[in-house]
Design a protein. Structure first.
Length: 130
């Protein structure tokens, strides 16, 4: 609901499945396409859906095990060339994955709250990427 107008999106402990946001909507969102967002019907002046056309960068954290399952489901089978789960494959093609393998020390000072600073922090501490 609060997505329109945001400069950056941070999804903490996100699950890359269709239980909260359908895979088709996730694919549109991750590749920067417009998609509909339902508005609450119990607020004055809010009716129907809005079409989100934002370009806010998306950062998501998730459990390593869950991401490994998504990667396994979306990777093409070497014999058939077809992934086990087409939805997982489509979502994976739109993601840039970073795996944290080195613990980060707690900062000694306040970290600025801006998209550029956060992206720099992510890049600095990422060891492996897919």
């Amino acid at each position: 609901m609060d997505l329109p107008g945001k400069k950056v999106v941070f999804l903490d402990d996100w699950r890359f499945d269709g239980s909260v946001v359908p895979f088709a909507t996730q694919c549109l969102w991750y590749d920067g396409s417009a998609f509909p967002i339902a508005q609450p019907q119990n607020q004055p002046g809010k009716l129907g859906h809005i079409l989100y056309r934002g370009t806010a960068p998306i950062f998501a954290t998730t459990k390593s095990d869950d991401m490994q399952h998504l990667v396994a489901a979306g990777t093409p089978n070497p014999h058939s060339g077809v992934p086990l789960d087409a939805n997982a494959s489509m979502v994976l093609r739109r993601l840039k994955l970073y795996f944290f393998t080195i613990p980060m020390a707690k900062p000694t000072h306040a970290v600025p709250y801006c998209a550029r600073c956060f992206a720099g922090l992510i890049r600095e501490y990422c060891v492996n990427t897919l």
